[in-house]
Design a protein around this ligand. Structure first.
Ligand code: NAD
Length: 487
């Protein structure tokens, strides 16, 4: 254990050893190997980081917006140059395959590109004449210190929903990455420094709930962006709001995909396999339930099962691997309990993910349940693993009704070539991100990531113009200028 590297916090531009006596092992989930140790930092350390960020804010807020944007352009270049290295780190600590990891790096870079548009995004509006000789101008200003709390499943993309935009708009930032995937964050900080970011603007404090509480309670932290599970998101939203901060909390999901009789069978199955089992089902936009119309159900289920059974399982760094491990042994055990629960409650297990998985690492194979009903635990709860429920429905109306019974409403998809059905789906489904003939409708950086119901707590979403509103406040100046002298 002594050779395993102990990670340091990044505060005020320095890598500093934590003073805690509590650490957690970081594993490669494909091999069980311990690859680092992460400190569970103390409240004093988060206080120290907030003080540094508050001090840095005094000058960073005054740096001209195009100059801030130029650092983001440099950062974009550096991240692009290090794409492969970053992707390998993601696969190492998270387990998803290298192609998916490269995709994630690409999505993170898109956020940096969007944030580099700060000079345009930060513009306010004005009206030259609101009364005789009176005009009004609306200016945007950064808030101050912003805290970000991230989950394990997208170590690069999710933090990039937060800090590039917050910083481009003039805020300073403290990121608390997941203690289960802390390695990538270090490179994010190092490359940002190399891009020319001044000390104290971006800080990283590793840890778990003590650090989260430290962020939520510190009066100098003006806003908090959270992404993670529903119970923690609800807690973060309530405690942060109680402390009078702006909070956005993007939380869990149980996304439904509707397959109609006229769907293209091959394409639909390919998309559903990728959406349900890609990244080991550990995506908030993963397909968790398919409701399939009776006319196509037999053929669809047979092909789905065939393709699921042929998925290559293994270490995401190996060629051709589709399905990597889930993040930890406890996540694997939790998934196995859900499989048992599904059987106990009467669902039919047609593809058993407990079979034929590597001994080492935390692997669960593609798992498919048929005859699932909405009173079953496997339909109600977010499993966050490669487990898919299939429900046969009479028609689109029934499929939409089933999806809308879920407490979650992150994404939903439809596979059909019928324009009227697509319109009906769009108008009636409860979900913030919809896909038509595609499996993972995660919006690009310039659109909001807009879950509803228990998938989101707050008002302004991550990304898009919402993120500009979330990380700024406004000042409206109403001014009278007498002009008669010039007439
Ligand atoms: P998690 O809720 O366990 O952890 C998220 C963050 O909260 C981590 O940084 C963790 O350290 C911290 N945390 C955990 N328990 C805490 C506690 N008791 N008190 C304070 N802080 C705590 O989530 P996870 O397992 O890392 O990620 C998976 C979850 O994230 C899934 O539910 C998934 O749907 C969700 N997610 C949602 C979105 C979205 O956009 N809606 C995106 C990605 C992931």
């Amino acid at each position: 254990m002594s050779e395993v590297e102990i990670l340091k916090n990044y505060i005020n531009g320095e890598w500093v050893e934590s003073t805690t006596d509590r650490y957690e092992d970081v594993y490669n989930p494909a091999t069980n190997e311990v690859i680092a140790r992460v400190p569970l930092s103390t409240k004093e350390e988060i206080d120290h980081a907030v003080e540094a960020a508050a001090e840095a804010f005094k000058s960073w807020q005054k740096v001209a917006v195009p100059r801030r944007a130029r650092i983001l352009f440099n950062y974009q270049q550096l991240l692009t140059r290090h794409k492969e290295e970053l992707a390998k780190l993601i696969t190492l600590e998270n387990g998803k395959n290298l192609t998916e990891a490269l995709g994630e790096v690409g999505r993170g870079i898109e956020n940096v590109e969007f944030a580099a548009g700060a000079p345009t995004l930060m513009m306010g509006d004005s009206l030259a004449s609101i009364a005789t000789d009176v005009e009004a101008v609306n200016y945007r200003y950064p808030l101050g210190v912003v805290g970000g709390i991230a989950p394990f499943n997208f170590p690069m993309m999710v933090p990039c929903w937060m800090f590039p935009m917050a910083i481009a708009l003039g805020n300073t930032f403290i990121l608390k990455p997941s203690e289960r995937t802390p390695l990538l964050t270090r490179r994010l900080a190092e490359l940002f420094e190399e891009a020319g970011l001044p000390k104290g603007v971006f800080n990283v404090v590793y840890g778990a709930h003590d650090v989260v509480n430290g962020i939520l309670d510190h009066p100098e932290v003006k806003a908090v962006s959270f992404v993670g599970s529903k119970p923690v998101g609800e807690y973060v939203f309530k405690r942060g709001s109680q402390n009078l901060k702006r909070v956005q909390a993007l939380t869990g999901a149980k996304n439904h995909t509707i397959v109609l009789n006229d769907a293209n069978l091959e394409d639909t199955v390919t998309n559903v396999i990728s959406a349900a089992f890609g990244s080991a089902g550990e995506r908030c936009m993963a397909c968790a339930v398919v409701t399939v119309e009776e006319g196509i159900a037999d053929e669809f289920i047979a092909l789905l099962k065939e393709k699921a059974q042929s998925a290559k399982i293994g270490n995401g760094l190996d060629d051709g691997v589709f399905l990597g491990p889930v993040i930890r042994e406890e996540n694997k055990q939790r998934t196995l309990r859900y499989i048992e629960k599904g059987l106990e409650e009467g669902a039919a297990l047609i593809c058993d993910g407990r079979d034929n998985v590597p001994d080492q690492g935390y692997f669960v194979g593609p798992t498919i349940f048929e005859n699932v009903t909405t009173d079953m635990t496997i339909w109600k709860e977010e499993i966050f693993a490669p487990v898919l429920s299939v429900i046969r429905v009479k028609n689109l109306k029934e499929a939409v009704e089933i999806a809308n019974r879920s407490e979650f409403a992150n994404g939903a998809c439809i596979f059909t070539s019928n324009a009227s059905a697509i319109r009906y789906f769009r108008e009636n489904i409860d979900a913030g991100m919809l896909g038509v003939n595609l499996g993972v409708p995660a919006p690009m950086a310039f659109f909001p990531f807009s879950g509803w119901k228990s998938s989101f707590f707050g008002t302004l979403h991550a990304n898009g113009k919402d993120s500009v509103d979330f990380y700024t406040h406004k000042k409206v100046v109403t001014a009278r200028y007498a002009t008669p002298a010039f007439e």
